[in-house]
Design a protein around this ligand. Structure first.
Ligand SMILES: NC(=O)c1ccc[n+]([C@@H]2O[C@H](COP(=O)([O-])OP(=O)(O)OC[C@H]3O[C@@H](n4cnc5c(N)ncnc54)[C@H](O)[C@@H]3O)[C@@H](O)[C@H]2O)c1
Length: 293
């Protein structure tokens, strides 16, 4: 059985680990915090049970979860056939991780990053044997979303780029190949431009988040509005992406107002903490933001 090491067990890493295990791969899920690993396993169990009950996953939750083990260290990199990094969106952290993973992994093991905004070539430089480094940009929630951008850095070999697209198809998802290694790739550049305008209009008091979301769904056929997407993704992750995009002078992709940064300071991180642009009840149901909290 092929083995996958997933580095970072947050919203994205846990989802990536889950879809790999659902397809029969053996998965080591790594994070620096044991409580994050424990929570990831609990969330995975609940998600697989739900998908299994709807007939969307044929193996039982026990069978799927038996393929996942957790580790606070990276030694599993030496045996891994695929390594997918999904740690915080911070350049220095990812450079350190790619340098270490590059040292530990076999030379032919593809090293993928799920980064939202950092050019893959920067990570490839840190890893040694840069031809094996690529972007696999999953969309969240990973068990439900069908798209993965496969990103080729200038250093990525054609063979690894092709293997990336094949791996995505094996996971039951659709690859979109991105042949130019630019910050935010394609989909996040398009989304960030929409989000920049939407959050500036909200910050200026022109419109509410709910009305923008309704408008984008009814007017443009989006399945979810930009503020629903932002709450699901985590506003702290959005703030980290903004820091990196600003450092690259990608001002067209970053809001002019600091609305998201202020919300992060107030602890409004989105769905995972029960409050963001919306409030969420214990059952996860979304409500317009209450003025009280
Ligand atoms: N949230 C989204 O919708 C989304 C979508 C696509 C891509 N991404 C990208 O995926 C990555 C992860 O995002 P997320 O939303 O899962 O963030 P998250 O905050 O939910 O999880 C990040 C995890 O990384 C862990 N971590 C930090 N340092 C680490 C280290 N040295 N080794 C191992 N783990 C470490 C943290 O403990 C945390 O659990 C980011 O690069 C982000 O830009 C996010």
């Amino acid at each position: 059985m092929e083995q996958v090491l997933v580095v970072g067990a947050g919203f994205m890493g846990a989802g990536i680990a889950q879809v790999c295990a659902q397809k029969g791969l053996s998965v080591i899920l790594n994070d620096v915090k044991q409580d994050v690993l424990d929570r990831a396993m609990e969330q995975m169990a609940a998600s697989v049970a739900k998908l299994h009950s709807k007939g969307l996953v044929s193996d039982s939750p026990d069978q799927v979860l038996a393929r996942v083990s957790t580790s606070a260290g990276l030694s599993a990199a030496a045996q891994a056939d695929w390594i997918i990094e999904a740690a915080f969106e911070e350049l220095e952290l990812k450079l350190e991780l790619f340098s270490e993973l590059g040292r530990l992994a076999r030379q032919d093991t593809p090293l993928a990053s799920n980064t939202s905004s950092i050019p893959i070539g920067r990570l490839a430089e840190a890893a040694g044997h840069p031809e094996r480094v690529l972007g696999l940009h999953f969309f969240g929630p990973v068990p439900l979303m069908g798209l993965v951008e496969v990103v080729k850095a200038p250093q990525t070999s054609e063979e690894v780029f092709e293997r990336g697209a094949e791996f995505v198809r094996f996971l039951g998802k659709t690859p979109v190949k991105v042949g130019r290694d630019i910050p935010g790739f394609v989909m996040n550049r398009v989304f960030a431009a929409a989000m920049r305008e939407a959050s500036d209009l909200v910050a200026e008091g022109v419109v509410t988040p709910e009305d923008v979301d309704i408008g984008m769904k009814l007017g443009y056929g989006w399945n979810a509005g930009p503020f629903e997407i932002a709450d699901n993704a985590g506003l702290d992750t959005f703030a980290r992406i903004n820091v990196f995009l600003r450092s690259m002078n990608e001002t067209g992709l970053v809001p002019s107002h600091d609305l998201i940064e202020r919300m992060v300071k107030e602890g409004r991180l989105g769905r995972k903490v029960g409050k963001g642009f919306y409030d969420y009840d214990a059952g996860g149901k979304r409500h317009p933001r209450s003025k009280k909290n």
